[in-house]
Every structure is written in C-alpha cells, then in structure tokens.
Write a protein that binds this ligand. Structure first.
Ligand code: TXA
Ligand code: MG
Length: 311
C-alpha cells in the first residue's frame, strides 16, 4: 500500500513499521524509541538477532546525544559525505539505545540519508532504525515494488521512486588508529583517500575472530537461481545471462542487461533489480559476466555478486 509522507510519519510515531526510500536502498523503518516495532522488524525480515540495525538521523548533532566520543576525522567525513551513503560505527552510551537495535554491541551505526523524502520524514519523526527492506538473505529493495514482492501489497510503503545508488551505504569504523571499511558500498574506497590521507582497507573476517560487522556473516543478496560468475565454461549450462550492453551473448538465452561497461553507477543502480528479475522469471541458473574493471564502485558490485552466488 503506497502511503504519503504525513501518513508515514503518523504510522512511525504510533509504533508501526513502514518502508522508506533512501538514496541507497529502501529501508524498513521503526522509530528508535519504539522497542516493539524494532522487535517486529527482526521478525518480519526473519533477521538474526545478532545482526544490528543502522540508526538514521536528520542532522549530525542528533548523533552527539548517543555517542561517547568523536573519533579523529569524524567531522571531515561527516562534512564530505553527509547527507549521503556513508554509515559510521561509533562507540555509544549503551543506556540510550535499545540493546536489540544494536545487537547488544557497545557501538552503533549512524547515517544521515540524502533522499528528500527520508530527510523530511526524519525531521518529523526523529531517529529511525532502518535495515534494508528485504527478507533476510534476499537482494535489497531498490523500488517500492521490490518491497511489495517481499512483504506483500498491503505493506505500507512511502514511494520515492527508484533508488539513485542502488547499493547500500559504505560502512566505516575507526579501529586501532585508522578508519577501515566494514562493508563496501555506494562510496568507493578511493573516494576516502583525499580526506583521510590514506586508502581505507577493507576489514575481512579473520578465522576464529568475532566479526566486527555481524551482517557479513549471513547469506546475502541472493536470488533462488544458482549463479555462475565469470567462468566461461559454465555459460552454456545457464538459462539466463546477466551482462553488459556493449557485448553480445548467446541468442538462445534470456539476457538481462545490467548497463554499460563504462558506467559502474548505472550497473549499481540496476543490480538488485536484475537479481530479483531472476526470481520473478523463476530462473534456475544464471551466468554473470564479471569481466569488468576491478576498481572503484565495480569492487562493491563484484563483492555483492560474490555474496549472491555463495551457498
Ligand atoms: O544503505 C544502507 O545502509 C541501508 C539503508 C536503508 O540505509 N541500510 C542497510 O541496513 O543496509 P542493513 O541492516 O541491511 O545493513 C546494516 C549493516 C549490517 O551488516 C550490520 O551488521 C551492520 O550494518 N552494522 C550495524 N550496526 C553495527 C555495529 N554497531 N557494528 C558493526 N556493524 C554494524
Ligand atoms: Mg541488508
């Protein structure tokens, strides 16, 4: 059910959950002070309780209430990338944030979204927790229809059109004196270099170590179809192909175009829609052309495809 801004604010304030557009992906929103609604997010998404939620606010100052300290270069990062697709993990004052929302961690993720509807809504409601508006494990939702595919036509959605980035926010944390990337996202690693003075490293889970970004533990972004990445030999086995408009592929297959090889932004914007299209067309197997540049936003696209093809 598509709702307007006024209704959206009213529902959130009265403890309901709704879907909200952001510039990255749609979020499943609950007010930070509505603990039952937060609980409902976990059950509706079938999200493991160990996976914390990101807190969305409308202004940087809103964050100060909750955090213990501002790490070095916090202000520079905020100035450059907020509002926008950046999430910062910060040490918090635990009594001020429901433990369930942060999965009992001593930190929380914060983001100021840029989408005009999300911004206006946050002004009216105050802080909102928003995981991506998809069933746990599925590709994120980048249109209102994607949300309805997962949660049904009666689920309240504030329709803000197609998400501009199409990939989730980049998550940074300050660890041992450096900012590191916990989740690659809509902002490429290279874009932080000027501000930080170094290229932030992608923090990978080391064996036996407790993950710093719990979300990285779980299956993600996956359609039902079995995905073959790049391996040419597998191309003939697959019924579907995901590829680029500059290339020609077998006429016997159903080809879904992700966009141009020269435009990572376009491919990012279409990625989850293409993966969801496989489910809509009940694809069993799909081959994905992964012969694209290994730099910038392509690195996030590559990581998402990798995750989507696992398990
Ligand atoms: O772009 C986005 O970030 C979207 C939109 C709706 O804002 N939200 C989103 O939320 O992608 P979600 O729940 O799908 O992913 C949140 C990620 C998870 O991997 C989670 O583990 C991580 O953020 N996260 C949240 N709080 C954390 C914390 N305190 N420490 C480490 N990781 C955290
Ligand atoms: Mg998600």
């Amino acid at each position: 059910m598509r709702i307007n801004l006024e209704k959206a604010a009213k529902l959130l304030k009265s403890g309901s959950i709704i879907a909200v557009p952001t510039e990255t992906v749609y979020g499943l929103a609950a007010a930070l002070n509505q603990t039952e609604a937060i609980q409902e997010i976990f059950s509706l998404k079938k999200r493991p309780p160990q996976n914390p939620l990101i807190i969305h606010v409308s202004e940087k100052e809103d964050i100060y209430t909750y955090i213990k300290e501002k790490p070095t270069q916090f202000d520079e990062l905020a100035e450059m990338f907020w509002p926008g697709p950046l999430t910062l993990i910060l040490p918090i004052e635990p009594s001020l944030i429901p433990p369930m929302a942060r999965a009992h961690l001593p930190t929380a993720g914060f983001r100021i979204p840029k989408h005009p509807l999300a911004k206006e809504l946050l002004k009216q409601t105050g802080p909102l927790v928003m995981p991506s508006a998809n069933l746990s494990g599925k590709p994120s939702a980048t249109t209102a229809s994607h949300v309805e595919e997962d949660f049904g036509l009666d689920f309240p959605v504030l329709d803000g059109g197609k998400c501009e980035n199409g990939l989730e926010s980049t998550i940074l944390a300050y660890l041992d004196g450096k900012w590191v990337i916990l989740r690659m996202g809509a902002i490429a690693a290279e874009e932080f270099k000027n501000i930080l003075g170094y290229l932030p490293q992608v923090k990978r889970k080391e064996n036996g170590e407790k993950p710093i970004c719990p979300g990285q533990l779980f299956r993600h972004y996956a359609p039902k179809a079995k995905l073959f990445l790049g391996n040419q030999a597998k191309q003939s086995e697959a019924g579907f192909i995901l590829g680029f408009k500059e290339r020609t592929y077998s006429k016997e297959k159903r080809v879904i175009i992700l966009g141009s090889l020269f435009n990572a932004k376009e491919v990012a914007e279409n990625l989850y829609d293409a993966l969801r299209q496989l489910d809509l067309e009940q694809a069993q197997t799909a081959w994905i052309d992964t012969d694209f540049p290994q730099e910038g936003l392509w690195m996030t696209i590559s990581e998402r495809l990798q995750r989507a093809s696992e398990g």
